[in-house]
Design a protein around this ligand. Structure first.
Ligand SMILES: *Cc1c(COP(=O)(O)O)cnc(C)c1O
Length: 397
């Protein structure tokens, strides 16, 4: 058996260094706790970046995956498979949209959504070089297409040529978005709650206004719910809270609860934009990945996960408000249900707080400009919120 440090050294030697990883090797999980290779226990308030909604070791979920492994893991998309058709129906029934395309990641869901909007416009008039309007401080993924609509030059520079970049508008500023629409605009893309950008929920009037202007101009509205969807905001999809439907919805992260799977879902208007041959994937929607989606939906229903997230999220909200009132270094508190953020002033870099918390056995992650992002497993209980707060307060004080 290697020591934790030996694993870290091996990782440094052989894994391409695109992350500054914390010096921890996570080895197993139980409920809302993780254990490292030295058996140290951590309370998990990151859920593998808003992924592991069900917590670690959900028996029904694990059993469903084991059963599917014994039956069939992969088929390709040249044939139908049972878990995929079941999962697609579940997503369509839950969203009220029309059709699903399964991907292997969030980024690929975005790629597909962008292709749908381009093709929809192209089908009407193929004479133009179509473009997107995206939001400042957005995050949509790391492929070149997804980066082209990611409103953060830190991620784009060196990878996306200026001419491929979307036109960027200010989030929650309808006037700014509308002023940037031209006859080349084929789609508007935004997160319903901006995640990586620092936890900024959309305003209701903003989403309603986007819906209206997209209808008027016959362009597609894409909601990226890769992070904020799947129960995290206290309803299955965050846009349900706003009563505004997109033409294309993207999902990933908690959709498979750790099995890499994403999806883009098209509504009535966008259905039919893509025809056979327009898009594809070898793995996407394979029986193993979609069995995970089915197990997630079953558990969400059985455990009433969105309702639970709403209830514990309200408790977390009150507690973080108290913390904000107590410490003047906390300058902002935003979010919905179990997707919340605390912003700190410049004298208190959240990187230091996150590092201290890790030493004390609490996993926290940061976002945007000096924000701690709270995205725990959705099965978290109030007592875990209390446990988190006592460690966090130790780190701030
Ligand atoms: C994480 C994320 C993505 C990218 O998903 P990957 O699975 O990392 O490719 C896209 N959009 C949002 C809002 C995300 O949070």
């Amino acid at each position: 058996m290697k020591t934790q440090q030996e694993y870290i050294d091996q990782g440094e030697q052989y894994i391409l260094k695109t992350y500054n990883r914390f010096p921890v090797v996570l080895e197993k999980g139980e409920g809302v706790y993780l254990y490292d290779a030295d058996h140290k226990k951590y309370l998990d308030f990151g859920a593998g970046i808003a992924v592991f909604a069900l917590g670690y070791g959900n028996e029904a979920y694990n059993q469903a995956l084991k059963d599917q492994i014994d039956k069939l893991i992969h088929t390709s998309n040249l044939y139908y498979n049972i878990p995929a058709v079941e999962a697609a129906k579940k997503i369509v029934d839950a969203s009220g949209l029309k059709k699903v395309f399964f991907t292997n990641s969030g980024t690929e869901a975005i790629e597909g959504a962008l292709k749908v909007a381009r093709k929809y416009a192209y089908n009407k008039d193929d004479s133009k070089d179509y473009e997107f309007i995206a939001m400042n401080h957005s995050f949509h993924g790391r492929s070149q297409g997804a980066l082209s609509v990611t409103g953060n030059s830190h991620y784009q520079d060196g990878f996306v040529p200026k001419e491929f970049r979307a036109v960027f508008a200010e989030f929650n500023n309808l006037e700014d978005v509308v002023s940037k629409i031209t006859d080349k605009t084929c789609g508007i893309i935004c997160e319903v709650v901006q995640g990586e950008g620092g936890i900024f929920p959309a305003d209701k009037e903003f989403l309603e206004g986007l819906r209206k202007v997209c209808d008027e101009k016959d362009i597609l509205l894409i909601f990226d719910e890769i992070q904020c969807g799947m129960g995290r905001c206290g309803s299955l999809f965050a846009h349900d809270l706003y009563g505004v439907k997109p033409d294309v919805l993207t999902l990933a992260k908690a959709l498979g609860c750790g099995v890499p799977v994403g999806a883009f879902v098209v509504g009535e208007k966008a259905d039919g934009a893509l025809v056979p041959g327009d898009h594809g994937t070898t793995y996407g929607g394979n029986p193993f990945a979609t069995a995970a989606i089915n197990a997630v939906f079953d558990q969400f229903e059985k455990l009433q996960i969105p309702e639970h997230a709403k209830e514990v999220g309200a408790y977390l909200w009150d507690k973080l408000e108290e913390l904000k009132d107590k410490y003047s270094c906390i300058t902002g508190h935003r979010g919905i249900a179990l997707m919340q953020g605390l912003e700190f002033d410049a004298d208190h870099p959240v990187g230091d707080i996150v590092k201290k918390a890790l030493e004390k056995g609490l996993i926290l992650i940061s976002a945007g400009n000096n924000v701690i992002r709270f995205v725990p497993p959705l099965v978290i209980e109030k007592e875990h919120v209390d446990e988190m707060l006592s460690i966090l307060e130790d780190c701030i004080a």
